[in-house]
Design a protein around this ligand. Structure first.
Ligand code: NAD
Length: 342
Protein backbone atom coordinates (compact mmCIF):
# COMPACT_ATOMS: atom_id res chain seq x y z
CA UNK A 1 0.00 0.00 0.00
CA UNK A 2 1.28 3.46 -0.89
CA UNK A 3 1.45 5.63 2.23
CA UNK A 4 0.25 9.15 1.36
CA UNK A 5 0.43 12.34 3.43
CA UNK A 6 -1.58 15.47 2.63
CA UNK A 7 -0.13 18.78 3.82
CA UNK A 8 -2.73 21.58 3.61
CA UNK A 9 -6.29 20.47 4.17
CA UNK A 10 -8.36 23.12 2.39
CA UNK A 11 -10.34 23.09 -0.86
CA UNK A 12 -7.96 20.82 -2.77
CA UNK A 13 -6.34 18.96 0.15
CA UNK A 14 -9.57 17.65 1.66
CA UNK A 15 -10.72 16.35 -1.72
CA UNK A 16 -7.37 14.67 -2.41
CA UNK A 17 -7.42 13.07 1.06
CA UNK A 18 -10.86 11.56 0.36
CA UNK A 19 -9.78 10.43 -3.12
CA UNK A 20 -6.64 8.74 -1.75
CA UNK A 21 -8.74 6.96 0.88
CA UNK A 22 -10.96 5.59 -1.91
CA UNK A 23 -8.02 3.99 -3.78
CA UNK A 24 -7.44 0.26 -3.25
CA UNK A 25 -3.65 0.67 -3.41
CA UNK A 26 -3.26 3.71 -1.15
CA UNK A 27 -3.48 4.54 2.52
CA UNK A 28 -3.79 8.06 3.95
CA UNK A 29 -1.18 8.42 6.70
CA UNK A 30 -2.67 11.70 7.83
CA UNK A 31 -3.33 15.34 7.01
CA UNK A 32 -1.62 18.49 8.27
CA UNK A 33 -3.55 21.66 9.09
CA UNK A 34 -2.87 25.11 10.45
CA UNK A 35 -6.14 25.80 12.24
CA UNK A 36 -8.78 23.85 14.18
CA UNK A 37 -11.67 24.99 11.97
CA UNK A 38 -14.66 22.97 10.67
CA UNK A 39 -12.42 21.16 8.19
CA UNK A 40 -10.26 19.91 11.09
CA UNK A 41 -13.45 18.56 12.70
CA UNK A 42 -14.33 16.81 9.43
CA UNK A 43 -10.87 15.24 9.22
CA UNK A 44 -11.28 13.89 12.76
CA UNK A 45 -14.78 12.63 11.95
CA UNK A 46 -13.42 10.77 8.92
CA UNK A 47 -10.73 9.18 11.07
CA UNK A 48 -7.82 11.00 9.40
CA UNK A 49 -4.87 11.46 11.78
CA UNK A 50 -4.37 15.21 12.11
CA UNK A 51 -0.91 16.79 12.31
CA UNK A 52 0.06 20.36 13.16
CA UNK A 53 1.42 22.11 10.07
CA UNK A 54 2.86 25.01 12.07
CA UNK A 55 4.36 24.29 15.53
CA UNK A 56 3.36 27.68 17.01
CA UNK A 57 -0.29 27.03 16.19
CA UNK A 58 -0.52 23.63 17.87
CA UNK A 59 -1.94 25.09 21.14
CA UNK A 60 -4.98 26.27 19.14
CA UNK A 61 -5.89 22.62 18.52
CA UNK A 62 -5.44 21.81 22.23
CA UNK A 63 -7.74 24.72 23.14
CA UNK A 64 -10.35 23.48 20.65
CA UNK A 65 -10.13 19.99 22.12
CA UNK A 66 -8.87 18.45 18.88
CA UNK A 67 -6.23 15.73 19.20
CA UNK A 68 -3.06 16.26 17.19
CA UNK A 69 -0.97 13.21 16.29
CA UNK A 70 2.27 15.19 16.01
CA UNK A 71 4.16 17.78 13.97
CA UNK A 72 4.01 17.78 10.17
CA UNK A 73 7.61 16.51 10.02
CA UNK A 74 6.50 13.21 11.60
CA UNK A 75 3.76 12.89 8.99
CA UNK A 76 6.18 13.55 6.14
CA UNK A 77 8.70 11.07 7.56
CA UNK A 78 6.13 8.25 7.64
CA UNK A 79 4.88 8.79 4.09
CA UNK A 80 6.06 7.39 0.74
CA UNK A 81 4.88 10.63 -0.86
CA UNK A 82 3.35 13.91 0.28
CA UNK A 83 0.69 15.90 -1.54
CA UNK A 84 1.24 19.57 -0.74
CA UNK A 85 -2.06 21.42 -1.09
CA UNK A 86 -1.11 24.57 0.79
CA UNK A 87 -1.83 28.07 -0.57
CA UNK A 88 0.28 29.34 -3.49
CA UNK A 89 3.90 29.93 -2.50
CA UNK A 90 3.81 27.88 0.72
CA UNK A 91 4.64 24.70 -1.20
CA UNK A 92 7.94 26.30 -2.24
CA UNK A 93 8.69 27.02 1.43
CA UNK A 94 7.92 23.38 2.33
CA UNK A 95 10.19 21.89 -0.33
CA UNK A 96 13.30 21.75 1.88
CA UNK A 97 11.33 19.86 4.56
CA UNK A 98 10.32 17.20 2.03
CA UNK A 99 13.92 16.94 0.83
CA UNK A 100 15.20 16.63 4.41
CA UNK A 101 12.97 13.57 4.88
CA UNK A 102 13.72 12.23 1.41
CA UNK A 103 9.99 12.15 0.66
CA UNK A 104 8.92 12.93 -2.91
CA UNK A 105 6.28 15.66 -3.16
CA UNK A 106 3.42 16.75 -5.38
CA UNK A 107 2.57 20.46 -5.51
CA UNK A 108 -0.45 22.28 -6.92
CA UNK A 109 -0.93 24.74 -9.76
CA UNK A 110 -0.34 27.81 -7.58
CA UNK A 111 3.37 26.98 -7.35
CA UNK A 112 5.82 28.13 -10.00
CA UNK A 113 6.72 25.69 -12.78
CA UNK A 114 10.44 26.11 -12.08
CA UNK A 115 10.04 24.78 -8.52
CA UNK A 116 9.64 21.23 -9.80
CA UNK A 117 11.21 18.56 -11.99
CA UNK A 118 8.01 18.13 -14.01
CA UNK A 119 4.55 19.67 -14.46
CA UNK A 120 1.91 16.98 -14.75
CA UNK A 121 -1.33 16.08 -16.48
CA UNK A 122 -2.20 12.38 -16.44
CA UNK A 123 -3.63 12.21 -19.96
CA UNK A 124 -0.91 14.31 -21.58
CA UNK A 125 2.48 13.56 -20.00
CA UNK A 126 2.17 10.87 -17.29
CA UNK A 127 5.60 9.39 -17.97
CA UNK A 128 7.42 12.68 -17.30
CA UNK A 129 6.65 12.38 -13.57
CA UNK A 130 8.17 8.91 -13.26
CA UNK A 131 10.90 8.89 -10.58
CA UNK A 132 10.76 12.68 -10.18
CA UNK A 133 11.12 14.04 -6.63
CA UNK A 134 9.07 17.19 -7.14
CA UNK A 135 6.06 17.29 -9.44
CA UNK A 136 3.45 20.02 -9.96
CA UNK A 137 -0.13 19.02 -10.82
CA UNK A 138 -1.07 21.94 -13.05
CA UNK A 139 -3.96 24.27 -12.24
CA UNK A 140 -7.64 23.56 -12.82
CA UNK A 141 -7.70 25.55 -16.07
CA UNK A 142 -4.48 24.05 -17.42
CA UNK A 143 -5.74 20.57 -16.50
CA UNK A 144 -8.96 21.25 -18.43
CA UNK A 145 -7.08 22.51 -21.47
CA UNK A 146 -4.50 19.68 -21.40
CA UNK A 147 -7.18 16.99 -21.31
CA UNK A 148 -8.80 18.55 -24.36
CA UNK A 149 -5.62 19.21 -26.32
CA UNK A 150 -4.12 15.72 -25.83
CA UNK A 151 -6.64 13.72 -27.90
CA UNK A 152 -6.98 16.50 -30.50
CA UNK A 153 -3.21 16.71 -30.91
CA UNK A 154 -2.98 12.93 -31.31
CA UNK A 155 -5.88 12.60 -33.75
CA UNK A 156 -5.63 15.73 -35.89
CA UNK A 157 -2.59 17.83 -34.90
CA UNK A 158 -2.99 21.32 -33.40
CA UNK A 159 -1.85 24.29 -35.51
CA UNK A 160 -2.92 26.98 -33.08
CA UNK A 161 -5.16 27.21 -30.01
CA UNK A 162 -6.95 30.40 -28.97
CA UNK A 163 -8.81 30.22 -25.69
CA UNK A 164 -10.77 32.82 -23.76
CA UNK A 165 -11.18 31.84 -20.12
CA UNK A 166 -14.14 33.28 -18.24
CA UNK A 167 -12.95 32.67 -14.70
CA UNK A 168 -14.94 32.43 -11.51
CA UNK A 169 -13.97 35.22 -9.14
CA UNK A 170 -13.49 32.85 -6.17
CA UNK A 171 -14.49 29.49 -4.75
CA UNK A 172 -17.78 29.33 -2.78
CA UNK A 173 -15.90 29.51 0.53
CA UNK A 174 -13.69 32.45 -0.49
CA UNK A 175 -15.87 35.24 0.89
CA UNK A 176 -13.11 37.82 0.54
CA UNK A 177 -12.63 37.41 -3.21
CA UNK A 178 -14.23 39.47 -5.97
CA UNK A 179 -15.35 41.01 -8.22
CA UNK A 180 -18.79 41.40 -6.62
CA UNK A 181 -20.51 43.25 -9.47
CA UNK A 182 -18.10 43.66 -12.32
CA UNK A 183 -16.42 41.98 -15.29
CA UNK A 184 -12.65 42.32 -15.34
CA UNK A 185 -10.23 41.59 -18.16
CA UNK A 186 -7.69 39.71 -15.98
CA UNK A 187 -4.97 40.28 -16.86
CA UNK A 188 -5.72 43.10 -19.27
CA UNK A 189 -2.50 42.33 -21.17
CA UNK A 190 -2.01 39.19 -23.27
CA UNK A 191 -1.38 36.36 -22.75
CA UNK A 192 -2.94 35.30 -19.46
CA UNK A 193 -0.67 32.90 -17.54
CA UNK A 194 -2.69 29.90 -18.76
CA UNK A 195 -1.13 29.67 -22.24
CA UNK A 196 2.47 29.56 -20.92
CA UNK A 197 1.25 27.09 -18.27
CA UNK A 198 -0.17 24.80 -20.97
CA UNK A 199 3.29 24.96 -22.57
CA UNK A 200 4.74 23.31 -19.43
CA UNK A 201 2.72 20.25 -20.53
CA UNK A 202 2.81 20.76 -24.33
CA UNK A 203 6.02 22.71 -25.03
CA UNK A 204 5.36 22.85 -28.79
CA UNK A 205 1.69 23.82 -28.89
CA UNK A 206 1.06 27.31 -30.22
CA UNK A 207 -1.54 28.74 -27.81
CA UNK A 208 -2.82 32.21 -26.90
CA UNK A 209 -5.04 32.67 -23.87
CA UNK A 210 -7.05 35.65 -22.62
CA UNK A 211 -8.70 35.83 -19.22
CA UNK A 212 -11.74 37.57 -17.75
CA UNK A 213 -12.94 37.39 -14.15
CA UNK A 214 -16.65 37.43 -13.36
CA UNK A 215 -18.73 37.45 -10.15
CA UNK A 216 -19.31 33.69 -10.04
CA UNK A 217 -18.14 30.88 -7.77
CA UNK A 218 -19.43 27.70 -9.40
CA UNK A 219 -17.13 26.97 -12.36
CA UNK A 220 -14.86 28.44 -15.02
CA UNK A 221 -16.03 28.53 -18.65
CA UNK A 222 -13.65 28.28 -21.62
CA UNK A 223 -14.47 29.56 -25.09
CA UNK A 224 -12.15 27.43 -27.22
CA UNK A 225 -10.97 27.85 -30.81
CA UNK A 226 -8.40 25.34 -32.06
CA UNK A 227 -7.04 25.40 -35.58
CA UNK A 228 -6.36 21.79 -36.55
CA UNK A 229 -3.81 20.39 -39.00
CA UNK A 230 -6.38 17.94 -40.39
CA UNK A 231 -10.01 18.88 -40.92
CA UNK A 232 -12.39 16.26 -39.52
CA UNK A 233 -16.12 16.93 -39.44
CA UNK A 234 -17.77 17.92 -36.17
CA UNK A 235 -19.29 14.46 -35.64
CA UNK A 236 -15.87 12.82 -35.84
CA UNK A 237 -14.52 15.24 -33.23
CA UNK A 238 -17.53 14.58 -30.98
CA UNK A 239 -16.94 10.82 -31.24
CA UNK A 240 -13.23 11.22 -30.57
CA UNK A 241 -13.77 13.37 -27.47
CA UNK A 242 -16.57 11.10 -26.21
CA UNK A 243 -14.00 8.28 -25.94
CA UNK A 244 -12.17 10.16 -23.15
CA UNK A 245 -13.43 9.26 -19.66
CA UNK A 246 -12.50 12.64 -18.21
CA UNK A 247 -14.38 14.60 -20.88
CA UNK A 248 -18.15 14.73 -20.37
CA UNK A 249 -20.04 15.74 -23.51
CA UNK A 250 -23.25 17.29 -22.18
CA UNK A 251 -26.14 15.75 -24.13
CA UNK A 252 -28.39 18.52 -25.55
CA UNK A 253 -31.50 16.75 -24.21
CA UNK A 254 -30.22 17.14 -20.62
CA UNK A 255 -31.17 20.81 -20.93
CA UNK A 256 -28.08 21.93 -19.02
CA UNK A 257 -27.54 25.56 -20.00
CA UNK A 258 -24.80 26.64 -17.61
CA UNK A 259 -22.74 26.03 -14.48
CA UNK A 260 -25.75 26.22 -12.17
CA UNK A 261 -27.52 23.29 -13.82
CA UNK A 262 -24.25 21.37 -14.07
CA UNK A 263 -23.83 21.61 -10.30
CA UNK A 264 -27.49 20.65 -9.79
CA UNK A 265 -26.89 17.63 -12.03
CA UNK A 266 -23.80 16.65 -9.99
CA UNK A 267 -25.82 16.90 -6.77
CA UNK A 268 -28.64 14.81 -8.26
CA UNK A 269 -26.08 12.17 -9.24
CA UNK A 270 -24.86 12.07 -5.64
CA UNK A 271 -21.42 13.48 -6.28
CA UNK A 272 -19.51 14.29 -3.05
CA UNK A 273 -19.50 18.07 -2.51
CA UNK A 274 -21.25 18.30 -5.93
CA UNK A 275 -17.82 17.79 -7.47
CA UNK A 276 -17.39 17.47 -11.22
CA UNK A 277 -14.04 15.84 -11.98
CA UNK A 278 -14.62 15.89 -15.75
CA UNK A 279 -14.36 18.71 -18.31
CA UNK A 280 -17.98 19.51 -19.24
CA UNK A 281 -18.19 20.20 -22.97
CA UNK A 282 -21.47 21.31 -24.51
CA UNK A 283 -21.92 18.69 -27.21
CA UNK A 284 -23.74 20.94 -29.63
CA UNK A 285 -21.11 23.66 -29.26
CA UNK A 286 -18.54 21.42 -31.01
CA UNK A 287 -18.36 22.98 -34.47
CA UNK A 288 -15.94 23.01 -37.37
CA UNK A 289 -15.58 26.06 -39.62
CA UNK A 290 -12.89 25.41 -42.28
CA UNK A 291 -10.00 24.05 -40.18
CA UNK A 292 -11.16 25.74 -36.97
CA UNK A 293 -12.73 23.77 -34.13
CA UNK A 294 -14.93 25.70 -31.70
CA UNK A 295 -16.45 24.60 -28.41
CA UNK A 296 -17.46 25.72 -24.92
CA UNK A 297 -16.38 23.81 -21.84
CA UNK A 298 -16.99 24.33 -18.12
CA UNK A 299 -14.35 23.37 -15.55
CA UNK A 300 -15.06 22.72 -11.89
CA UNK A 301 -12.07 24.45 -10.37
CA UNK A 302 -12.28 22.76 -6.99
CA UNK A 303 -12.21 19.17 -8.21
CA UNK A 304 -10.85 18.52 -11.73
CA UNK A 305 -7.27 18.28 -10.41
CA UNK A 306 -8.21 15.60 -7.85
CA UNK A 307 -7.94 12.51 -10.12
CA UNK A 308 -4.73 14.00 -11.52
CA UNK A 309 -3.19 14.15 -8.03
CA UNK A 310 -4.05 10.48 -7.50
CA UNK A 311 -2.45 9.53 -10.84
CA UNK A 312 0.63 11.64 -10.12
CA UNK A 313 1.20 9.59 -6.95
CA UNK A 314 1.40 6.36 -8.97
CA UNK A 315 3.45 8.02 -11.71
CA UNK A 316 6.10 9.31 -9.29
CA UNK A 317 6.35 5.99 -7.44
CA UNK A 318 6.20 3.93 -10.64
CA UNK A 319 3.45 1.60 -9.39
CA UNK A 320 1.25 1.75 -12.53
CA UNK A 321 1.42 2.97 -16.10
CA UNK A 322 -0.83 5.74 -17.38
CA UNK A 323 -3.72 3.61 -18.60
CA UNK A 324 -3.78 1.42 -15.47
CA UNK A 325 -3.61 4.37 -13.13
CA UNK A 326 -6.27 6.45 -14.85
CA UNK A 327 -8.63 3.48 -15.03
CA UNK A 328 -8.06 2.62 -11.35
CA UNK A 329 -8.55 6.22 -10.23
CA UNK A 330 -11.68 6.66 -12.32
CA UNK A 331 -13.23 3.43 -11.11
CA UNK A 332 -12.50 4.11 -7.44
CA UNK A 333 -13.89 7.66 -7.60
CA UNK A 334 -16.70 7.07 -10.10
CA UNK A 335 -15.34 9.43 -12.76
CA UNK A 336 -17.46 9.51 -15.95
CA UNK A 337 -21.19 10.22 -15.96
CA UNK A 338 -23.11 7.15 -17.08
CA UNK A 339 -26.32 7.61 -19.02
CA UNK A 340 -29.20 5.83 -17.36
CA UNK A 341 -30.49 4.72 -20.78
CA UNK A 342 -29.21 4.53 -24.37
P1 NAD B 1 -7.19 26.71 0.41
O1 NAD B 1 -6.86 28.03 1.00
O2 NAD B 1 -8.61 26.32 0.22
O3 NAD B 1 -6.49 25.55 1.26
C1 NAD B 1 -5.17 25.62 1.69
C2 NAD B 1 -5.08 25.04 3.08
O4 NAD B 1 -3.72 25.06 3.53
C3 NAD B 1 -5.88 25.85 4.10
O5 NAD B 1 -6.59 24.94 4.93
C4 NAD B 1 -4.82 26.61 4.90
O6 NAD B 1 -5.21 26.84 6.24
C5 NAD B 1 -3.68 25.59 4.85
N1 NAD B 1 -2.35 26.16 5.10
C6 NAD B 1 -1.94 27.45 5.09
N2 NAD B 1 -0.63 27.54 5.38
C7 NAD B 1 -0.21 26.26 5.56
C8 NAD B 1 1.05 25.68 5.91
N3 NAD B 1 2.13 26.44 6.10
N4 NAD B 1 1.12 24.34 6.03
C9 NAD B 1 0.04 23.55 5.84
N5 NAD B 1 -1.18 24.06 5.54
C10 NAD B 1 -1.29 25.38 5.40
O7 NAD B 1 -6.40 26.65 -0.98
P2 NAD B 1 -6.74 25.72 -2.22
O8 NAD B 1 -7.76 26.40 -3.04
O9 NAD B 1 -6.94 24.34 -1.77
O10 NAD B 1 -5.38 25.86 -3.03
C11 NAD B 1 -4.25 25.05 -2.74
C12 NAD B 1 -3.39 24.96 -3.97
O11 NAD B 1 -4.16 24.37 -5.00
C13 NAD B 1 -2.90 26.29 -4.53
O12 NAD B 1 -1.64 26.09 -5.15
C14 NAD B 1 -3.93 26.61 -5.60
O13 NAD B 1 -3.44 27.47 -6.61
C15 NAD B 1 -4.19 25.22 -6.15
N6 NAD B 1 -5.48 25.05 -6.83
C16 NAD B 1 -6.62 25.60 -6.33
C17 NAD B 1 -7.80 25.44 -7.02
C18 NAD B 1 -9.08 26.05 -6.55
O14 NAD B 1 -9.92 26.40 -7.36
N7 NAD B 1 -9.32 26.18 -5.28
C19 NAD B 1 -7.82 24.68 -8.21
C20 NAD B 1 -6.64 24.07 -8.66
C21 NAD B 1 -5.46 24.28 -7.97
Amino acid sequence: MIQVAVNGYGTIGKRVADAVTAQPDMELVGVAKTSPNHEAETAVERGYPLYAAVADRRPLFDEAGIDVAGPVETLVEQADIVVDATPSGIGAENKSMYDAHDTPALYQGGEAADLVDASFNARANYAEAEAADHVRVVSCNTTGLSRLLAPLQEAYGVKKARVTLVRRGGDPGQTGRGPIDDILPDPVTLPSHHGPDVNTIFPDVNIDTLGLKVPATLMHTHSVNIQLQETPDADAVRDRLADEDRLFLIPPEYDIDGAGKLKEFAMDRGRPRADIWENCIWRESISIEDDDLYLFQAIHQESDVVPENVDAIRAVLGTADRAESMARTDEALGVGFQRTHD
